[in-house]
Write a protein that binds this ligand. Structure first.
Ligand code: GDP
Length: 341
């Protein structure tokens, strides 16, 4: 029996800021049961608001960079400033390691305890599209519940960064000074989507080294941004552990968001993110429906074999595949969300 959800009660509870309702609503949007998708959509439609006052920040960095320590400290600083802070995560690998790593409550102990914070681990699943979709929707839930700062944490591996940068206003990279060649540690693609860099662990004996690393990164970032003619990416140092430099990092985040608002406009930016998201949903859903259809899978295997042995050309084979796909489409259950990620 799939779990039952009372959508009107969830809407009311979330709007009232009830944590248990927020948690339940997120469980619903994370659910991969086809029967839950229409309910999730109904929930999101009713919660939808055009409020752009929320601050959406993505935070990335290699494991050990200090993400959870940073979020724990920064979250408390923001609460002191009067914000309500929600922490979500995108970690498509979490199912492989068994249990979620990112956004783990135990990693952000103090913040989790706070009534003005809401910490949610990454939804499970190793399909980035599905995990990112669930986090995006969870973001709408926490915003409707009155959390005005949403932090989305992710690991520094590449694709998930791109997914997260597509759902936040500002993308903050936590770097380390001892990761050898600074640019080796951070993939170029990630640098291109980074809006603010903070070299963490700038404390004790490591403070000087962190400042050197920040200078090097700053020069490297100039090279990256020169080509695209973008704004200069600020590179700061901080200590998440000793809570040094966090105000400045937050200030840089706020300044980037203001810059975004003055140039592109925050609403335009978010609208454009929705357009990109729509395209990626269409593509991911189509691919997924092709992969999960048995006839298509069998045909694909056969065609692969034919192409490999020169019995047919790649073009011919792709045409055959797509024709079969077209005949399968009417049986696919789009309306019920079965084929929708
Ligand atoms: P994550 O894997 O990126 O979430 O990193 P963690 O927040 O779990 O931190 C990894 C280790 O680095 C832990 O032992 C932290 O105590 C330590 N750490 C995090 N931030 C700082 C910092 O600002 N200074 C120092 N010295 N250690 C830190």
């Amino acid at each position: 029996m799939p779990r039952k959800f009372d959508v009107p009660a969830l809407v009311e509870g979330v709007r009232a800021g009830s944590r248990s309702h927020v948690a339940q609503a997120i469980t619903l949007v994370e659910s991969r049961l086809p029967a839950h998708r229409p309910l999730a959509r109904q929930l999101l439609t009713e919660l939808a608001s055009v409020d752009t006052k929320t601050v959406r920040v993505g935070i990335s960095g290699v494991p050990g960079a200090g993400k959870s320590t940073f979020i724990n400290s920064m979250g408390q600083l923001l609460i002191e400033k009067g914000h309500r802070v929600a922490v979500l995560a995108v970690d498509p690998s979490s199912s492989r390691t068994g249990g979620s790593v990112l956004g783990d409550r135990t990693r952000m102990g103090e913040l989790t305890q706070h009534p003005d914070a809401f910490v949610r681990p990454s939804p499970s699943g190793n399909h980035l599209g599905g995990v990112a979709r669930a986090t995006r929707e969870a973001m709408l839930v926490v915003e409707a519940a009155g959390f005005d700062v949403v932090i989305v944490e992710t690991v520094g591996v590449g694709q998930s960064e791109v997914a997260v940068s597509g759902m936040v206003d500002t993308f903050l990279m936590l770097a380390l000074s001892r990761s050898g060649d600074q640019l080796q540690g951070i993939k170029r693609g990630i640098l291109e989507i980074t809006d603010v860099i903070a070299v963490n662990k700038a404390d004790g004996d490591n403070a000087g080294e962190a400042r050197v690393a920040a200078r090097e990164l700053s020069i490297a970032m100039k090279l990256v941004t020169q080509q695209s003619g973008d704004r200069r990416v600020p590179v700061l140092t901080c200590s998440a552990l000793q809570r040094i430099g966090l105000e400045e990092v937050w200030q840089a985040v706020v300044e980037h968001r203001d810059w975004l608002d003055e140039t592109i406009g925050l609403e335009n930016h978010r609208a454009q993110q929705q357009v990109v998201w729509m395209h990626s949903q269409i593509e991911a859903t189509l691919l997924d429906s092709m992969r999960s259809n048995e006839q298509l899978r069998n045909l694909r295997d056969r065609l692969e074999d034919d192409v490999r042995h020169g019995r047919t050309s790649a073009i011919e084979a792709s045409g055959d595949f797509l024709r079969e796909f077209a005949t399968q489409v009417p049986q696919m259950d789009w309306a019920q969300g079965k084929n929708v990620l």
